[in-house]
Design a protein around this ligand. Structure first.
Ligand code: ADP
Ligand code: MG
Length: 355
């Protein structure tokens, strides 16, 4: 049985004539990790702020658990928030920073001590209570901000680009930490990022935003392997997006392109005669035998780039267009030369027909 933690019901946000969010509906289940992903200005922070109550909705209703919170002030919504800038109070110790939400709630001193120690443990900073924030690294400060939000056990935590100010190595480390905390505590997490790999690593579901609307909502697998639109295919991962002709054949189609790519048996129920298709570079396989595979294309090698474990090959097709092919490096790929003929094949199920 799933239980809804957050529900947006046709929620819209206007700033004068600027529509930050089109009427949007969204449900997040209890215990889920959902990421709002999208380019800058796409409405991610707006959704978070509407849920936290720091801005009011122009239209629509917002539910947290079984409460309609649309008109409730932020402090009565009982949720935790973590921002990009840690927002710790610099004159207070780490202990007092974390204890603050409990003092506001008038908990006993013994209670506070016990609980702060517990959450310091959760964020792997046991023993750091007496330091001041400035005596900690950026990553440690962000963990304190997370601890401060965990300390009063909210059912729902909102995080707005919490790792945006950290360098890559720390970011990777804290990503794993946040994932572990989510798993251990079973809390519901709504997380904002513009970083696709972060979203893929962390999320149960990704809500891809574009221009103040939800472009696609689904599991990381859905978004990566089954993007519905050019925007989604382009935003996550690398993709070859190609114009194709389609011949429908009951539940599947034969697709062909001006560059000579032909694939039979692509699963689809579309009846359209043409569409854009998407193929990930790593979905191609370089044919090493001399026969030309049935589902694939032949081209001339434009260039190859070896980056450690993978090799990127760009292939120029007969219509002059280029496709990108990515393979795990193998010694025999070292002999692939600029100007040589190469054929690549693709599984019908790896061809995605876009809307
Ligand atoms: P994101 O977090 O995805 O980068 P935001 O949700 O912050 O995007 O913003 C969505 C849109 O709303 C943007 O076009 C932004 O310029 C606009 N916007 C956000 N806040 C305000 C505001 N206070 N006044 C006017 N426009 C705003
Ligand atoms: Mg934002």
């Amino acid at each position: 049985m799933t239980e809804t933690m957050v529900r947006l019901d046709e929620v819209e946000k206007l700033y004068g004539a600027v529509r930050a969010l089109w009427p949007t509906s969204l449900e997040i289940q209890k215990g889920e990790f959902v990421t709002l992903l999208g380019p800058s200005g796409s409405g991610k922070t707006t959704i978070l702020n509407l849920i936290s109550g720091s801005i009011g909705a122009t239209c629509g209703a917002i539910w947290i658990g079984n409460r309609d919170v649309t008109k409730l002030p932020p402090n009565r919504r009982e949720l935790g928030m973590v921002f990009q800038n840690y927002a710790l109070m610099p004159h207070m110790t780490v202990f007092e920073n974390i204890a603050f939400p409990l003092r506001v709630r008038k908990r006993s001193e013994a209670d506070i001590r016990k609980r702060v120690d517990e959450v310091l443990e959760v964020v792997s900073l046991a023993g750091y209570g007496e330091r001041k924030p400035k005596e900690l690294s950026g990553g440690q400060q962000q963990r304190i901000a997370i601890a401060r939000c965990l300390v009063y056990d909210p059912d729902l935590i909102l995080m707005d680009e919490p790792l945006g100010a950290l360098d890559k190595k720390l970011r990777d480390q804290l990503q794993l930490e946040i994932k572990r905390i989510h798993k251990t505590l079973g809390v519901t997490l709504l997380y904002v990022t513009h970083d696709q790999s972060e979203a893929l690593v962390l999320s149960d579901r990704i809500c891809l935003m574009n221009g103040g609307r939800i472009e696609q909502l689904g599991t990381p697998d859905d978004l990566y392997f089954r993007p519905r639109t050019i925007f989604a295919a382009d935003f996550l991962g690398e993709s070859n997006i190609i114009d194709a002709s389609l011949e429908a054949d009951g539940g599947s189609a034969k697709i062909s392109t001006a560059g000579g790519l032909v694939v039979e048996g692509v699963p689809t129920d579309t009846k359209a005669a043409s569409a854009k298709i998407m193929i990930r570079p790593e979905s191609f396989t370089v044919d090493t035998g001399d026969g030309f595979a049935r589902n694939g294309v032949q081209g001339v090698v434009e260039d190859t780039t070896l980056t450690g474990g993978v090799i990127d090959i760009r292939l120029r097709l007969k219509d002059g267009s280029l496709i990108s092919v990515r393979q795990l490096t193998r010694r025999d790929f070292r002999s692939i030369q600029h100007g040589q003929q190469l054929s690549v094949s693709v599984k019908p199920s790896d061809v995605v027909i876009l809307q």
